[in-house]
Design a protein around this ligand. Structure first.
Ligand SMILES: Nc1ncnc2c1ncn2[C@@H]1O[C@H](COP(=O)(O)OP(=O)(O)OP(=O)(O)O)[C@@H](O)[C@H]1O
Ligand SMILES: [Mg+2]
Length: 279
């Protein structure tokens, strides 16, 4: 469902100021983040066969920030994540991770290895393997299943997996086949599979879709506990959830940044109200 187009002149390039919140503690692993900005997107344009999915999009994410991206269906939220992870190449614009890593020149694998982890909406855990084995596999760089499972874990790697199991509240289910977990637990396992790789920036696309209220509440707690140590970009339609977690919200509409600020501020924004209510 697409809302009515709004006149060009009403679109305020709200995201064009360099106002990412640098809550930054550790950026980790030598990533150069001198200005407290972990992600810099400037004037990004993406067109699919002439259809403009992203137009002059500028967005900065601060180190340790928890940013929510909201916007109607088709606004370009997933495309934005595709650009960051190298799945989609922008037609123009710049995309930097830290000060020096040019994402437009890196492969998807290089981007993941540099410290950007992405969770898709549908969980993709290995159902026949145990929870522990899923985490073990995610941690290894050699992605061949059997080679990975045969290689001995170092004490440090095992400790990290234990720590993540506690974080995602699956320590009691470590030997369970992942296929037997609930939908929500599979989602947590998949978040765990990102965490064992210690990503500095986590991209989460509609993480609470299909979750129970209790699972959604736990996800909010989890994300708040991950922020600061990690930077998070969360795309979500659930406004209750966004209200609980967001430092800062960016509203996308028709591939452009429509508004940016606290959830209260963007919800009070006339242009945002217009887009959501279709007035
Ligand atoms: N590979 C593609 N080829 C052609 N058009 C595409 C492609 N990917 C996305 N689009 C179009 O770009 C627009 C933005 O899509 P996108 O998936 O980024 O929206 P979204 O904000 O994630 O929406 P939703 O809330 O429904 O997930 C849509 O109109 C979509 O149809
Ligand atoms: Mg989407």
């Amino acid at each position: 469902m697409r809302s009515a187009p709004i006149p060009e002149m009403l679109i305020d390039p709200a995201g064009s100021s360099r106002d990412a919140i640098g809550l930054g503690q550790s950026a980790g692993r030598g990533l150069n983040v001198r200005h407290g900005t972990i992600l810099t997107l400037e004037d990004i344009n993406v067109a699919f066969d002439g259809f403009k999915a992203l137009t002059d999009l500028t967005l900065y994410i601060g180190v340790g920030e928890l940013r929510c991206i909201i916007g109607p269906n088709g606004a370009g939220k997933t495309t934005l994540m595709d650009v960051i992870t190298g799945k989609t190449r922008p037609n123009s614009g710049t995309a930097f991770f830290g000060e020096t890593l040019d994402l437009t020149q890196m492969s998807e694998v290089e981007i993941a290895q540099a410290g950007i982890g992405r969770k898709f909406q549908k969980p993709t855990v290995f159902e026949a393997l145990s929870v522990f084995e899923n985490l073990e596999l995610a941690q290894k760089t050699d992605k061949s299943v059997w080679a990975s499972l045969r290689a001995r874990l170092s004490g440090e790697q095992r400790d990290r997996i234990d720590e993540v199991l506690a974080t995602i509240r699956l320590d009691g289910s470590r030997q369970r086949p992942a296929g037997l977990l609930s939908h929500g637990q599979k989602q947590f396992l998949e978040i765990g599979m990102l965490l064992v790789q210690d990503p500095q920036l986590l991209l989460l696309d509609e993480p609470v879709a299909g979750m129970t209220d209790a699972e959604t509440e736990f996800t909010a707690e989890l994300f708040k506990s991950l922020a600061r140590k990690h930077s998070l970009m969360v795309v979500e339609h659930d406004m209750g959830f966004v209200g609980t977690i967001a430092d800062h919200v960016t509203v996308l509409h028709q591939g452009r940044v429509l508004a940016e600020g606290s959830l209260d501020a963007v919800q009070a924004n006339e242009k945002v109200i217009e887009v959501y209510l279709g007035r």
